[in-house]
Design a protein around this ligand. Structure first.
Ligand SMILES: Nc1ncnc2c1ncn2[C@@H]1O[C@H](COP(=O)(O)OP(=O)(O)OP(=O)(O)O)[C@@H](O)[C@H]1O
Length: 357
């Protein structure tokens, strides 16, 4: 006679063991572990386990880390499959999160970082768009290899974004010759950004990355106020001057109550393309110290590497020759996506105050 009850209780205990192991998993992206609600399916056999997760932020590649963590914790071969689905209502049209990528000064690699973050978020399972807000010096058309492309109108008032490498993109550079936009005054520039954001048929997006104009003046301040962003990322390099300007960027966003999601230190250290040796050409730990001083997370330290410049020039999606750098951007993307998720979760929680009255 089959002991059905025993089977069920053993199944239950296996499932509880799996949930317990998932909640014990901690990483920079999942500081609170993996809750039960993210599990869509568990199939446990005597010698193997298959788990399906729906992640509420872009972190598809967590499946690999989780598979090896669970295989060793459960002492069974475990495979984890992940899909990404952001659960919240879109904040702007059909866009879940708008993220501003800013820098205190020009030339620190803001646009390069913005486009690589966008690729990395896409590779991590999200639907991603890029808005080139650098009205005076749009780089996105070149970085995407779309210099001669022109957007098509979807109706009288809306333009369709251009598409490349699985991203959708809009830029003033698609619409106006560079020489024309450079003479625009501040209000015209922020009006242009507004129009690009509002009059583009973005469709459903998980993240829209906005490449902001460099600097911390009135134009950048006005633009930041006009975009309904979830937060900003500040790109800096390790030199003192860049760090001082990044500090002004932190002050600017604080002034308009824009959450600072993190600091990215670009060109942190040099990796020789020939021998792979690392050197601290611009000094080390400047970004870390700035982040600590302002209580802002340092979400990535991206090296100075020829492959990054070449990828931008050739408008390539992947940094295939240098997997470590691609990994760097993907880790940064997952942390950014998770920060947005937990920030949202915290702001949605109702605070219950019990008083004596
Ligand atoms: N980590 C890096 N390694 C090597 N080259 C880089 C790196 N980051 C950026 N670059 C290169 O530095 C140059 C400036 O980068 P980018 O245009 O992204 O800077 P920016 O801060 O957006 O500039 P601007 O303020 O003028 O818009 C480009 O040639 C780019 O390829």
């Amino acid at each position: 006679m089959f002991n059905i009850k025993k089977w069920f209780s053993s199944d239950d205990s296996t499932t509880s063991e799996i949930y317990a192991a998932l909640s014990e998993f901690k990483s920079a992206e999942c500081p609170l572990g993996i809750p039960k609600e993210w599990v869509t399916n568990v199939s446990a056999k005597s010698d193997s386990v298959e788990i399906k997760l729906t992640l509420p932020f872009a972190a598809k590649s967590l499946s690999e880390t989780l598979s090896s963590f669970l295989s060793s914790t459960l002492a069974k071969s475990t495979s984890v499959a992940t899909v990404v689905h952001l659960p919240d209502a879109p904040k702007f049209k059909q866009i879940q999160h708008i993220v501003l990528v800013a820098s205190g000064k020009g030339g620190v690699g803001k646009s390069t970082t913005a486009i690589n973050l966008a690729y990395a978020l896409k590779q991590e399972g999200a639907k991603v768009g890029v808005l080139d807000g650098d009205i005076y010096g749009p780089s996105i058309p070149k970085l995407l290899g779309l210099e001669d492309a022109k957007p098509v109108a979807s109706d009288d008032k809306t333009l369709l974004p251009l598409q490349k490498h699985g991203l959708v993109a809009q830029s003033i550079g698609f619409l106006v010759p560079a020489s024309e936009a450079t003479v625009w005054r501040g209000p015209m520039a922020s009006q242009a950004l507004n129009q690009l954001l509002n009059e583009t048929a973005w469709g459903e997006l998980d993240y829209l990355i906005v490449d902001m104009p460099p600097g911390t003046g009135d134009i950048q301040l006005t633009m930041s106020q006009k975009v309904p962003a979830s937060g900003a990322v500040i790109v800096t390099t390790p030199q003192d001057l860049a760090l001082a300007d990044a500090q002004k960027g932190i002050a600017m966003f604080s002034k308009v109550n824009m959450p600072i999601l993190g600091l990215i230190e670009n060109m942190s250290y040099f990796i020789c393309g020939h021998c792979g040796q690392e050197s601290d050409v611009f000094g080390r730990n400047g970004g870390k110290q700035l982040a600590m001083r302002h209580g802002v997370p340092l979400i990535a330290e991206i090296p100075l590497h020829t492959a990054i410049r070449e990828q931008g020039e050739k408008a390539q999606e992947a940094l295939a020759e240098v997997p470590d750098i691609e990994l760097n951007y993907r880790t940064c993307a997952r942390i950014l996506a998770s920060t947005l998720y937990y920030q949202n979760l915290a702001s949605n929680q109702v605070e219950i105050l019990i008083t004596d009255d």
